[in-house]
Design a protein around this ligand. Structure first.
Ligand code: AQP
Length: 332
């Protein structure tokens, strides 16, 4: 039996090339080597307020983007998290074995709760519990491999800690999941602020290249990317902005380190940006064409999501049954 892979994306904001290079591209590459499950994690999305109509649309958009990026729905299960109630059920059981101090230490909780202060009277508990739900997503399917971008590595570490704690309290129950980070592109930085991770929720217009951005906008954003005071690429002294543009090119093209140096050393920044834009557009154009095809047939997407939920539910339910019986909860 093949080992299981699980990962997910929140249906919030506009998916960008950071999400693609850090997660989706890696999923596509490894999907056939494993039994693969890819989730649209809508229960994670509601840890901060979402407009219900927009959330409904985003769930479909993200599912279509998975397929347009190359996820093969005949092989891989594409699942909306809330369509499988076992995610929330297991999350509660894991909440009960997770020390609260572990959750307060999470970098993402600290950053996101700081953003909410003053907007909400109190920060929602869901934001604190987010990593427990993520642990439940993974442990529910006994996933061995979790391909994510570098920003999720801390949450993965916590998922392992939770699994270990559960196993030591109640006996061996969960497979210990491993993080799989892409060798290049694990942390794509904002084009306007290359010291910050490219993020869906950032507001700057030149910050992120969206997977569905019009092609002329993609070019403009890359041409305006922040670089540094050097005139041309110098691998020894380059700043974060130039390193980020090179990482984007390398992650899209799969070019090796030596070839990157031979191609880009001494290249003027204008030419560097044109070359990077060309490479990004070469990948986004077919992806966008495929996306338009998919969304033009709503029944096709509905079928994929129904199939996905039906395929994974028995696995999820059997883990919940096992956990219930380990914990002494009622099972019929
Ligand atoms: N900048 C990034 N570089 C590489 N990988 C990234 N990922 C996110 N940003 C980058 C990876 O994309 C996957 C899905 O992310 P998510 O939807 O769970 O949410 P996120 O990490 O919160 O995405 P954003 O864009 O950063 O959103 P906000 O604005 O909420 O902070 C994950 O595997 C993630 O590692």
């Amino acid at each position: 039996m093949k080992a299981r892979v699980l990962s997910g994306v929140q249906p919030t904001g506009n998916l960008h090339i950071g999400n693609y290079l850090g997660a989706l591209k890696n999923w596509v590459k490894i999907q056939h080597d494993y039994e693969s499950i890819f989730c649209i994690v809508d229960l994670h999305a509601i840890t901060v307020f979402q407009d219900p109509k927009e959330l409904r649309n985003k769930i479909r958009e993200v599912a279509a983007l998975f397929i347009a990026s190359g996820i093969d729905p005949k092989h891989s299960s594409v699942v909306v998290q809330s369509a499988v109630p076992a995610h929330a059920e297991l999350a509660w059981m894991l909440t009960c074995v997770t020390p609260i101090g572990w959750l307060y230490r999470m970098t993402q909780f600290k950053a996101k709760s700081a953003l909410q202060e003053g907007v909400q009277e109190t920060v929602g508990d869901g934001l604190l519990q987010y990593p427990v739900l993520m642990a439940a997503d993974i442990l529910l399917y006994q996933a061995a491999i979790v391909p994510v971008g570098d920003d999720q590595a801390q949450h993965l570490e916590l998922a392992r800690d939770i699994a270990q704690r559960f196993n030591s309290l109640y006996g061996d129950t969960f497979v210990m999941p491993k993080t799989s980070l892409p060798s290049v592109g694990a942390r794509i930085m904002g084009l306007d602020e290359p010291d910050k991770k490219m993020s869906k929720s950032a507001t700057g217009t030149g910050h992120a290249v969206g997977l569905l951005d019009p092609i002329d906008q993609v070019r403009k954003k890359i041409m305006r990317a922040t670089t540094d005071s050097n005139p041309a690429v110098d691998f020894e002294t380059m700043g974060l902005g130039v390193a980020n543009l090179l990482a984007i090119y390398q992650a899209f093209s799969g070019t090796g380190d030596d070839e990157m140096k031979a191609k880009f050393a001494g290249m003027r920044y204008g030419d560097l940006k044109k070359t990077v834009a060309g490479m990004v557009i070469e990948h986004l154009e077919p992806l966008q064409a495929r996306y338009r095809e998919i969304v033009s047939d709503p029944a096709y997407l509905d079928g994929i999501l129904a199939d996905g939920a039906a395929r994974v539910s028995p696995i999820a339910n059997s883990t919940v049954d096992l956990v219930k019986s380990r914990m002494g909860l009622y099972t019929s």
